[in-house]
Ligand binder design. Structure first.
Ligand SMILES: [Mg+2]
Length: 324
């Protein structure tokens, strides 16, 4: 357990001292032949191909220190990267972690971030295999993970394989992280502490990615930018139309209703990002347990809800919400 917070900042320590406090926190795994501390890591791969993805979070854009601790940021960064590996049907084999921070960043923040990354990596059955530390101008702090992964004897599940006649299914919750953000923005986090927790520390059903692949999923994505937008990515890549069933989403909307009004709850379920649940299409009769059907794939283009278009479609990093 922590005692009093460490008051020192990065201005007070040498890089080697920082590395000496950070590196021992990362557990290793059998497939990591060379871990952190040498020029690169060396990984044993069982299959002949590697999955690779990266995701970055920037202070002031992707988190606020007033709303999220270093531990929250570390946890979320791991989840969003490993969820991308899972969404291909893969398992994560290693994480490379980069921290770029100004000298006013406290050692306590770095320590909290590091411990959370280590814990979340372990929870995802993977390991931190290396990374980078760099200083930054005043006010700048960003963290990034590059995740590596592999597939177990199945083809990767791409966004482009959905076919008319397939069903659409989701594994995990919908709209909870977005609802938590609404409560934080409103200054009423006490109205839904579990929703705020979902925003700060999302949970992704990693094992269900490979499971869906084995079950014959034809397309898959993790819900990072909202159900409508991410379903739209599958629809576009596959050249199909996805129609979501309002009745199948009613329970998700109702689950948010105590903290939000119904219209807000519906907006969170349809367009809320950062949830990291998995969305996939399957041939009829192939939906594995743990998944629930929320729509169907048909001929055409775009995403509809109960046959009708919805106007707003989620978070776009480089612009306001737009329909696509
Ligand atoms: Mg993704």
């Amino acid at each position: 357990m922590t005692h009093s917070p460490d008051p020192r900042t990065l201005a007070d320590v040498e890089e080697q001292e920082l590395l000496d406090t950070v590196l021992p926190r990362f557990a290793t795994r059998r497939d990591v032949l060379v871990g952190p501390g040498d020029d690169t890591a060396l990984l044993r791969l069982r299959s002949g191909a590697a999955l690779a993805t990266t995701d970055t979070m920037v202070l002031g854009r992707d988190w606020l220190d007033g709303w999220s601790t270093g531990a929250d940021v570390g946890h979320k960064l791991v989840v969003q990267n490993v969820a991308d590996i899972a969404a291909m049907g893969g398992r994560c084999t290693g994480l490379l972690v980069t921290l770029v921070a100004d000298e006013d960043t406290t050692l306590q923040w770095v320590s909290d971030f590091t411990d959370a990354v280590a814990a979340a990596a372990q929870a995802a059955a993977t390991a931190v295999i290396g990374g980078d530390l760099s200083s930054a101008p005043a006010g700048v702090r960003m963290v990034s993970i590059t995740a590596l992964g592999e597939l177990d004897s199945v083809a990767p599940v791409l966004r482009s394989g959905a076919r008319a006649g397939d069903v659409v299914a989701v594994c995990g919750t919908l709209g909870r992280a977005a609802a938590g953000l609404v409560l934080l923005q409103r200054g009423t986090p006490e109205a839904g502490p579990d929703l705020v927790l979902a925003q700060r520390r999302p949970a992704a059903p990693y094992d269900q990615g490979p499971r869906a692949a084995h079950a014959g999923a034809t397309a898959m994505i993790d819900i990072s930018d909202g159900l409508l937008r991410d379903a739209g990515r599958i629809a576009r890549a596959s050249g199909v139309r996805i129609d979501l069933d309002p009745a199948a989403l009613a329970g998700d909307i109702q689950a948010l209703a105590p903290a939000l009004d119904t219209a807000e709850a519906e907006e969170c379920v349809l367009t809320g990002g950062e949830e990291h649940s998995l969305l996939a299409t399957f041939p009829i009769g192939s939906v594995p347990s743990g998944w629930r059907q929320i729509g169907v794939v048909g001929a055409g283009a775009g995403v509809t809800v109960g046959g009708r278009e919805h106007v707003r479609v989620g978070w776009d990093h480089f612009g306001s919400a737009k329909t696509d």
